[in-house]
Design a protein. Structure first.
Length: 138
């Protein structure tokens, strides 16, 4: 299926980010996937959000749970958030937004100003060209 292929490609592109965030999580004893209140304990609304999560410190993920669903209401903690798949879309935090998915049945948002490292898609981890790592600022 096309969405499965795109999901796997996204994982490979984000491998430098995943490794960096995994190292931080391991060193601090934190999970890599966190509830919103883990990073935003002062946000009372974040304590009630059960269908979104932070992946590392910079990415917020809001999965789409229903078949053929293409959008959903997403709560964003304070700050400005940028659509991972469309850097022209920015959202103010501290409120809910109705957001359309772009390429996958998930919504992925990045903290504005975050720099996320990417590598070209590879067939497997051992084939990743780490010398072609690029950094994208959101």
């Amino acid at each position: 299926k096309d969405s499965f292929r795109k999901s796997v490609e996204l994982k490979y592109k984000l491998m430098p980010y995943i490794l960096e965030e995994s190292k931080k999580a391991s060193e601090n004893g934190w999970p890599l996937m966190k509830t919103l209140f883990f990073e935003y304990p002062e946000d009372e609304i974040a304590w009630g959000i059960e269908d979104e999560y932070l992946f590392g410190e910079q990415l917020l993920v809001a999965p789409l749970f229903k078949e053929n669903q293409t959008s959903r209401k997403v709560y964003l903690p304070k700050g400005t958030w940028v659509n991972y798949f469309d850097k022209n879309e920015e959202f103010s935090g501290g409120q809910y937004h109705f957001i359309e998915s772009k390429e996958l049945p998930i919504i992925v948002l990045v903290k504005k100003g975050a720099k996320i490292k990417h590598v070209p898609v590879a067939d497997c981890v051992r084939d990743i060209d780490w010398n072609s790592c690029t950094e994208i600022e959101y």
